[in-house]
Design a protein around this ligand. Structure first.
Ligand code: PMP
Length: 438
C-alpha cells in the first residue's frame, strides 16, 4: 500500500492542462452557486465561462440537484440495450420539442466527443442502409473542434490535437476556416466569407459527390476562439450538401441550449442540418451526457432499410443513464421556467456593446460576439504565442473572474442567468487586467 497524502497532486494526470505548471501553482474550486465558484481559499469567482461552456443555467440549481438526488435513490442505473425506462423516452420527447422542425429522433451518448463519433457513424451507416455504401468520405473544417476521439480529431482542424496521434481516419478533407481579417470587430455575424462554403464544390469535383458521406461543422466554432459563420455561409453549405446527397452535421455541443438565444444555432441561423450533436448544456454540466439528434429522413433510412440495419450496432453502457436523464429533464425545466434562452436573447445587445467597449483596451486586435458568447483576441507576444492571453487568464482569476483562453484569444460564455451588473463586472475586470498586461 502506498502512503497517499490526500492533497498530493501527482496522481491525477489532468486533461488539457500543462500539469507541471498547474501543480506548481494550483487553482482549486471547492463549491459553486448560481453565477459563482468558491475557491479553496474562500474567494468568490464570477463564472464567465459557464464552467466549460456547459452550466448554462448557472450552478447547483435546486431543481436539478433535487432531481439527481431523487433519481439516484430510486433507480441508479438501468441498461438501455433491449430494455427501457420511462424518463429516457420523456427526455427524448422533450428534446424533440425544442429541436428544429424535423429533428425527430435522439440517440444518447455521454459527452460531446461521443456525440461526434456517433453522428459520423450514423452518417456512414445511413448511406449503406440506402445502398450507397461507397459514400465513405468525411469533410470537416480547419479550426474545427469536434472532441478528442479518433473520428473527432480526424475531422477536426486543430493541429496540436492531431499531430501526436498517428495517421487518424483515412478519407477526410477539410474546408477552409471562416476567420478572415477583413471581418475584424464585426458585431454578430460578419459580412465577408460566404463564398468559402463553395470550397465544398471543389472537394466534390475532386472526389465525386457520391463518395462523400457527410460534412461536419460547428455552426459557430467555439473552442478555437468564437469564429462566427459569415452571413449566408451556412445556407450555402446546406444547399451544396443537399444538391449532392451529402449529410450536413452541425456540432452544437457549445451552441446548443440557448447559448445564442434560440434553443439551437440551427434555429438562430435558420439552417437545419440532418444530424446535430449536443452535450454540455443538455444536463447543465451536472451529469455527463450527450445526444445526437437525427432527422426523420435519416432515422427512417434505418427503420425502412435492410433487416440487418434496423439495429444500429452502436451504443454505450451509459446511453440514457437514468440519473443523466433526470438531470436533463430538470435542466430543460429550469431553462423554460426561468426563461433563460429568452434572457440570453434579450441580453445579447447589451453583451455585444459591453464587449466591444474593450475595443481600445490594451493589446486588443479583434472582438467577436453572438448571443451570450464572445471573444477578445490579443496581439501575441512575438515568439511567445499564447503567453499574453494565458497571463490574462491567471490575472483575471486572481481578480475574481473566470475566463477561458485558446491561443491568444480570450473566450467568454457566461451562464444565461447573468445580469447586466455582472456583465459590467466581467468586462470592467477584464479591462483592468488587460491594462496591466505587458
Ligand atoms: N464538439 C464541440 C463543438 C465542442 O465544443 C466540444 C467540447 N468543447 C466537444 C465536441 C467535445 O465535448 P466533450 O468534451 O464533452 O467530449
Amino acid at each position: 500500500m502506498h502512503d497517499h497524502k490526500a492533497n498530493d497532486l501527482d496522481a491525477f494526470w489532468m486533461p488539457f492542462t500543462a500539469n507541471r505548471q498547474f501543480k506548481a501553482n494550483p487553482r482549486m474550486l471547492v463549491a459553486a452557486k448560481d453565477m459563482h465558484y468558491t475557491t479553496s481559499e474562500g474567494r468568490q469567482i464570477l463564472d464567465g465561462t459557464a464552467g466549460l461552456w456547459c452550466c448554462n443555467a448557472g450552478h447547483c440549481r435546486p431543481k436539478i440537484v433535487e432531481a439527481v438526488q431523487k433519481q439516484v435513490a430510486q433507480m441508479d442505473y438501468a441498461p438501455a440495450f433491449q430494455m427501457g425506462h420511462p424518463i429516457a423516452f420523456e427526455l427524448a420527447n422533450r428534446l424533440v420539442d425544442i429541436a428544429p422542425e424535423g429533428m425527430d429522433h435522439v440517440f444518447y451518448t455521454n459527452s460531446g466527443s461521443e456525440s461526434v463519433e456517433t453522428a459520423l457513424k450514423i452518417a456512414l451507416a445511413y448511406h449503406r442502409a440506402r445502398g450507397e455504401g461507397q459514400r465513405t468520405r468525411l469533410i470537416g473544417r480547419e479550426r474545427g473542434y469536434h472532441g478528442v476521439n479518433f473520428g473527432g480529431i480526424s475531422v477536426g482542424g486543430i493541429v496540436t490535437n492531431r499531430k501526436n496521434f498517428g495517421t487518424l481516419l483515412a478519407g477526410v478533407d477539410h474546408l477552409p476556416h471562416t476567420h478572415l481579417p477583413e471581418n475584424r470587430f464585426s458585431k454578430g455575424q460578419p459580412e465577408h466569407g460566404a463564398h468559402l462554403a463553395d470550397e465544398l464544390e471543389r472537394i466534390v469535383t475532386l472526389h465525386g459527390g457520391d463518395t462523400i458521406a457527410a460534412v461536419i461543422v460547428e455552426p459557430m466554432a467555439g473552442s478555437t476562439g468564437v469564429l462566427l459563420p459569415p452571413k449566408g455561409y451556412l445556407q450555402r453549405l446546406r444547399d451544396i450538401t443537399a444538391k449532392h446527397g451529402i449529410l450536413l452535421i452541425f456540432d452544437e455541443v457549445i451552441t446548443g441550449f440557448g447559448r445564442l438565444g434560440a434553443p439551437f444555432a440551427a434555429q438562430h441561423y435558420g439552417v437545419t442540418p440532418d444530424l446535430m450533436t449536443t452535450a454540455k448544456g443538455l444536463t447543465n454540466g451536472t451529469i455527463p451526457m450527450g445526444a445526437v439528434l437525427a432527422s426523420g429522413a435519416v432515422h427512417d433510412a434505418f427503420m425502412n432499410g435492410p433487416e440487418h440495419m434496423i439495429e444500429l450496432f452502436h451504443g454505450y453502457t451509459y446511453s440514457g443513464n437514468p440519473i443523466a436523464c433526470a438531470a436533463g429533464i430538470a435542466t430543460l425545466d429550469t431553462y423554460a421556467e426561468e426563461g433563460l434562452f429568452e434572457n440570453a436573447a434579450s441580453l445579447a445587445p447589451y453583451w455585444q456593446e459591453a464587449l466591444h467597449s474593450l475595443r481600445d483596451a490594451r493589446h486588443v486586435i479583434d472582438i467577436r460576439n453572438e448571443g451570450l458568447i464572445g471573444a477578445i483576441e490579443l496581439d501575441p507576444i512575438a515568439g511567445e504565442p499564447t503567453k499574453r492571453a494565458f497571463t490574462a487568464f491567471l490575472k483575471a482569476y486572481e481578480a475574481g473572474i473566470l475566463i477561458r483562453t485558446t491561443g491568444d484569444i480570450i473566450a467568454m460564455s457566461p451562464p444565461l442567468m447573468i445580469t447586466k451588473d455582472q456583465i459590467d463586472t466581467l468586462v470592467g475586470t477584464l479591462r483592468d487586467v488587460l491594462g496591466k498586461l505587458d
